[in-house]
Design a protein around this ligand. Structure first.
Ligand SMILES: CC(C)(COP(=O)(O)OP(=O)(O)OC[C@H]1O[C@@H](n2cnc3c(N)ncnc32)[C@H](O)[C@@H]1OP(=O)(O)O)[C@@H](O)C(=O)NCCC(=O)NCCS
Length: 165
């Protein structure tokens, strides 16, 4: 398995990975089918991330397939350029094998080089696996978004989490 930055040429495989993550987890923002994952749009997105020095998408590749990603979307204004918002997803059969941890380690190395000072994310309060990963790699809860999502007809909370580098 290798961890590397995603390239525009990865668009088709990247779209497939996002589809797998979404259809296997209730904890991603969009429900399966809610937003079409068009490889062409993904290609443009990968290109745009490549062009921004404070944004990046790391992927884990195994046997020519993408099996995990970690996206860092950097702030666009001068005042928040030092900050990046993160989203992570691992293909179902690859979870619990340390890939999330490896992706974060790679991200921390990159972020330090880009002079990013703050990494932030949100997580559903009952997503214990994701919370375990984030706490393990040094994120702290800094607030609660009360009833910010409605899942299976019930309101659920999300945590704001961050790590300062
Ligand atoms: C949450 C997710 C990103 C974690 O990635 P991962 O590669 O499975 O995580 P790791 O294997 O690196 O495990 C990190 C820690 O999580 C904990 N963990 C591992 N398996 C677990 C499980 N089945 N349940 C709960 N916690 C678990 C452990 O503390 C582990 O650290 P350790 O192995 O040093 O003890 C991944 O499971 C995933 O994509 N889930 C679905 C989508 C999702 O929830 N994304 C996050 C939205 S905020």
């Amino acid at each position: 398995m290798i961890i590397r930055q995603a390239l525009p040429e990865d668009a088709v495989k990247f779209a497939e990975l996002i589809h797998q993550v979404k259809t296997s987890s209730n904890y991603m923002l969009f429900n399966p089918g809610e937003r079409k994952i068009n490889p062409d749009a993904r290609r443009k997105m990968l290109q745009a991330f490549q062009e921004k020095s404070n944004s990046a998408i790391f992927v884990c590749e195994d046997e020519n397939q993408l099996v995990g990603y970690l996206m860092a979307d950097g702030g666009f204004a001068e005042k928040n350029r030092h900050s990046a918002y993160l989203v992570v997803g691992i293909a179902p059969h690859y979870r619990g094998r340390g890939i999330g941890t490896m992706l974060f380690e790679e991200l921390f190395n990159w972020a330090a080089l880009q002079q990013i000072h703050r990494l932030e994310l949100t997580v559903v309060s009952e997503n214990h696996h994701a919370l375990a990963l984030y706490k393990k790699v040094g994120f702290e809860i800094e607030g609660t978004k009360r009833h910010s999502l409605k899942m299976n007809d019930e309101y659920v909370d999300e945590f704001y989490m961050s790590k300062l580098l």
